[in-house]
Each structure stands twice: as structure tokens, then as C-alpha cells.
Ligand binder design. Structure first.
Ligand SMILES: Cc1cc2nc3c(=O)[nH]c(=O)nc-3n(C[C@H](O)[C@H](O)[C@H](O)COP(=O)(O)OP(=O)(O)OC[C@H]3O[C@@H](n4cnc5c(N)ncnc54)[C@H](O)[C@@H]3O)c2cc1C
Length: 512
């Protein structure tokens, strides 16, 4: 389910291993977060680098909550997965015959492979799409996953619909791989395309799957700001090349806040930018890339240059106005190292999965990689199952989610969700705002959930539910760690060096 890097790669590898997968996506095949990834994909392939260093950086960024075994798999298997992409034909950029490696925040080495300068995601998406076509894999576009039901020993039945739920079709029973991506566009300000509404999380939760780390939403600090303009990402790699952040007065406000200044981990830079915006009352800060030679900037970031040109900006001369926005979902559907969820026959890979590799703060450019590494493990597991088990989280929350009136205004409710998350469950959080958001989301849920327990909930009901899961986890975590910052609990607390899991209270009525 899903045709971003995780779904495409799992399908390709399953086909190569002798299975006959079907790919299902609610949008067009190529419309996925993957397409918009700019910076690149991390792997220790440089002469001065090693998987051990990549692992160390991943552990450090995750603020004490990274699962070491999962991160070890991620970093040590990265070079082999890059070799797969090369085999499929992804044209990574090179310099004098050697792979070109960029540097991004919190990486101790230059280890970011990129393609087409800043069009890495597009290049990967198009290449994998072409290989999926070559392999004759069946693809069903404009067909949304609407529900899941366990059946038999290893079987999962997927309920899918291509007409907004009027007719629901059942696939299987058989294994289902969730690769439905993240939830960034549930926030009013977001770098994500509109498909990213976290539906996979809500659907898995309804079916009874365990979720973890839902409170950890990563905010990207540098997205283009202009009234009415799209929220276009200016990749971290621009700072890796030497750009710095300035406020309206020209001051480098990050200097002195962290030893790595603008290359500090994302959560630190995002909060610093948000505070600077609140302090000055100016709606943005500025990325100053004027010290980077013009030719180098244009060769490395051609898409960004084209985008800025439409607003009359030239990065070798003009500062770029930027603001932080919601970007990435670190938690999701809990999996073991083989991509298995707590439901038999249900697997998850990519951003929808909570594999444990990101902890409280994802290291830049580790997410495309996660889709590949755990996508490979899912494919192998489907062919040659091995025993594994899911580590249970330190703190478990059981959430009740009941049928509703089914009469709410769907379009309005969706916009309310986006405002509520941005205002109350955003970069700087506190208990009062989180409680208020949860109450409003519960009321929204009661109005948009179907009124009989056998109907299949639609996208807005799923949006409200995923938002509630984020808010509930954020309220439960009474400390600040990584991307989760609470002004009423500003310190990291040792007692909270544990994960928060959320499962559904067993439903009273039958729900598909
Ligand atoms: C602007 C931007 C820049 C980024 N830059 C980088 C970067 O440089 N490096 C990096 O590593 N990461 C980057 N990321 C993050 C990275 O792109 C994503 O985490 C990754 O692409 C997720 O891949 P995925 O396959 O899990 O999901 P996606 O690529 O989001 O694909 C999800 C798929 O699921 C489908 N889907 C969703 N719901 C349903 C449903 N109910 N039924 C059926 N189908 C459904 C969607 O239509 C889509 O096909 C960036 C993200 C953005 C938005």
C-alpha cells in the first residue's frame, strides 16, 4: 500500500524474489513524499567514513531513544541498498568519476548521495517507477486503503476503494505491507504534499496494531516563506555548503546557541528559528548563501535556483526568507527488525513504520534509506520468514475511539485539524494547549466518525484520529526530548528514556 520509495522498492524486491505483488496507491503512482526529497540519501560510502560513524551520528541525533539494533541494521546495510539503487539505474551525481557526497546537519562526515543536484527523490521515484513497469508489476492508482481485517493464521484482508468509499472491495487474505508514508500535511504549515495525511497509522490503529513514538514530529527549519507562496523546502545541504541563518537585522542568532551553529540538529535549529520569529515579530528569518560561489550553488541546487527565480531571488545576491514547518513523522506503526507489526500478516516500511531508527529526532537523509533497508527486510521476511519479536514500549496508553454521528462538515473538519496541530501541537508545546487540542479533536472525531460500527471511516475521520494520536502521545510525555518540546517541562527527564506505545481499547461493537 503506497508507491513512495518504500512501496516501490518492496514490490520490486518481492518480484525479484519470486512473489507476485500488487501495488495500490490512493493517488497517481508518482505522487509521494519521496518525489520531493532534495538533500539526498545517507550512506557511509566515503573513504573517510564507516557504518560505525554513521551509527554513532544516528544514535546521537535520536536523543536517547534510538533502537541500537535497528540503527545498526540501517547504517551497516546502507551501502548494499545504495548498490541496489545503482543497479536499478539511479544516476547519483559524481565528481571526476567518484560519487559526490554532501554534508548535512549532525553528520560527522560528508555522506549524502544525491542525484540531479537537489532532485534526489524525483530521480529515485522515476527510476523505481520505470523498473516496476519493466517488471510488469500490477499497479492500481486512485485506490485507497480504507481498512484492515485479520483473517486466518497469516492473513490480512485489506479493504480498498476507488470511489471515496461508496464501494469497498476486499483483497486477500494475504500479507499486506503498509508503505503509506507520513502525516506532515495534517499541519497547517508543512513541507509535505497533500497525500501525507497519516492514514496508514489511523487504519492500523483501528485494526488493533501497536503504535509508538507518535509525539515525535520533526519540523524542518528552512522552508521558503512568502505570503501565498507554496512551502518549498530549502534543503539542509544548503547550510552544509556554507549558508548561514540571519534575522532581519543580519545577526547570526544561532551562533552561541550550539557548537555547530546552523549545522546543529534539526530540532535545535527549528526551535531557535521559531523563537527568533516570536521574539522579533518578523514572519521569517533569512538563509544567507551569498558566500557560496554562484556556479557551485547553481550546479548543486538547480531546482532551488529555478524556484527562487520565480520570486525574483538570486541566492548569490539575495537572502532567502525561511520559516520552520512540519516535515517528518518519526513514530508510526511499531515494527520489529523484519518489518512485522503486532498484527499477523501486516508489515510496515518507510515513514509509516516505527522501526526505532530515528528515536526522538531523525538524522537528516536517513528516511529514504530507512524505506530501502527495512523494505528489503520485509521482502525477505515474506519469502523466508524468520522469528523475531516486537519489543514492547516502556509506557502504554490505551485509547478509546468510538463511532460518531457521521454528520460533521468534512472539509471544515480537515482544516480545523490542520490549525489545531499547528497551533497547539507544534514546535513549542505545553499541557494546556495539548489538552485543549485533544478535547477539540475528540469532539471532531465524534462528528466525523461513521455512526454505525460496520461502515468504513473516510480520510477525514482518519486525519482526526491520527492527529489525536499525536496530541495524546505529546500530552503523555511530560519532558522535552528531541523534536518534542514542552515549555511546561523544558528539561529532558531520565524517567522518560522510554517509548510511548498506543493501542486501541478493544472495541465494543464490530468495526471493519
Ligand atoms: C520536501 C521534502 C524533502 C525531503 N528531503 C529528504 C531528503 O533529502 N532525504 C531523506 O532521506 N528524506 C527526505 N524527506 C523525507 C522522505 O522524502 C520521506 O520520508 C520518504 O520519501 C517517505 O517514503 P515512503 O515510501 O515511506 O512514503 P511516501 O513517499 O510519502 O509514499 C506514501 C505513499 O502512500 C500512498 N498512500 C497514503 N495513504 C494511502 C492510502 N490510504 N491508501 C493507499 N495509498 C496511500 C501515497 O499516495 C504514496 O504513494 C523529504 C520529505 C519532503 C516532504
Amino acid at each position: 500500500m503506497g508507491t513512495g520509495i518504500a512501496g516501490l522498492y518492496v514490490a520490486l524486491r518481492c518480484r525479484e524474489l519470486g512473489l507476485r505483488p500488487t501495488l495500490i496507491t490512493k493517488a497517481r503512482l508518482e505522487e509521494a513524499n519521496t518525489r520531493y526529497a532534495q538533500g539526498g540519501i545517507a550512506a557511509a560510502v566515503g573513504a573517510d567514513d564507516s557504518p560505525a560513524l554513521h551509527l554513532q551520528d544516528t544514535l546521537r541525533a535520536g536523543a536517547g531513544l534510538v533502537d541500537r539494533a535497528a540503527a545498526k541494521a540501517l547504517t551497516y546495510e546502507a551501502p548494499a541498498r545504495i548498490a541496489d539503487l545503482v543497479r536499478y539505474g539511479v544516476p547519483f551525481d559524481t565528481i571526476e568519476g567518484q560519487v559526490a557526497l554532501g554534508r548535512e546537519a549532525a553528520h560527522s562526515r560528508a555522506r549524502i548521495l544525491h542525484a540531479g543536484g537537489d532532485a534526489t527523490g524525483l530521480s529515485i521515484e522515476e527510476t523505481l517507477k520505470a523498473r516496476v513497469m519493466d517488471a510488469g508489476i500490477e499497479v492500481r492508482e486512485s485506490t485507497a486503503l480504507r481498512g484492515l481485517r485479520s483473517e486466518g493464521r497469516e492473513g490480512m484482508v485489506a479493504l480498498v476503494s476507488s470511489d471515496r468509499g461508496k464501494h469497498v472491495e476486499e483483497t486477500g487474505p494475504g500479507p499486506v505491507v503498509l508503505a503509506t508514508g507520513g502525516a506532515g500535511s495534517l499541519y497547517r504549515q508543512s513541507s509535505n504534499p497533500s497525500i501525507a495525511t497519516g492514514e496508514g497509522v489511523a487504519i492500523a490503529f483501528r485494526a488493533g496494531a501497536l503504535l509508538t513514538d507518535m509525539e515525535f514530529i520533526q519540523f524542518h527549519p528552512t522552508v521558503f516563506w512568502r505570503e501565498g507562496a507554496p512551502r518549498y523546502l530549502i534543503t539542509e545541504a544548503v547550510r552544509g555548503e556554507g549558508a548561514v541563518l540571519r534575522n532581519e537585522a543580519g545577526e547570526r542568532f544561532l551562533v552561541g546557541q550550539h557548537r555547530d551553529s546552523e549545522l546543529a540538529p534539526r530540532d535545535i535549529v527549528s526551535r531557535a528559528v521559531e523563537r527568533e520569529i516570536l521574539r522579533t515579530g518578523h514572519p521569517c528569518v533569512y538563509l544567507d548563501a551569498t558566500a557560496i560561489p554562484r556556479d557551485r550553488f547553481f550546479a548543486r541546487f538547480p531546482s532551488i535556483c529555478r524556484f527562487l527565480a520565480t520570486y525574483g531571488l538570486d541566492p548569490s545576491r539575495d537572502w532567502i526568507p525561511v520559516t520552520p514547518v512540519a516535515h517528518y513523522m518519526m513514530g508510526g506503526v511499531t515494527t520489529d527488525l523484519e518489518g512485522r507489526t503486532t498484527l499477523r500478516g501486516l508489515y510496515a516500511a518507510g515513514e509509516v513504520a516505527s522501526t526505532g531508527v530515528h528515536g526522538a529526532n531523525r538524522l537528516a537523509s536517513n528516511s529514504l534509506l530507512e524505506g530501502l533497508v527495512f523494505g528489503e527486510r520485509v521482502a525477505r521476511q515474506l519469502v523466508h520468514p524468520v522469528a523475531a519479536s516486537i519489543p514492547l514500549p516502556g509506557r502504554m496508553v490505551r485509547l478509546d475511539w468510538a463511532s460518531g454521528a457521521g454528520k460533521g462538515d468534512l472539509a471544515r473538519s480537515f482544516e480545523q485539524v490542520r490549525d489545531l496541530l499547528w497551533e497547539n501541537v507544534g514546535i513549542l508545546r505545553n499541557g494546556t494547549n495539548l489538552r485543549a487540542a485533544l478535547e477539540e479533536l475528540s469532539a471532531l472525531g465524534r462528528s466525523v466518525e461513521p455512526n454505525d460500527a460496520t461502515s468504513v471511516p473516510g480520510p477525514v475521520a482518519n486525519a482526526v484520529l491520527t492527529a489525536s494520536l499525536i496530541a495524546r502521545a505529546a500530552l503523555t510525555r511530560t519532558e522535552s526530548r528531541g523534536a518534542h518540546y514542552r515549555s511546561d517541562f523544558p528539561a529532558r527527564r531520565p524517567v522518560w528514556r522510554r517509548h510511548i506505545g498506543i493501542v486501541r481499547k478493544p472495541p465494543t461493537g464490530r468495526r471493519r
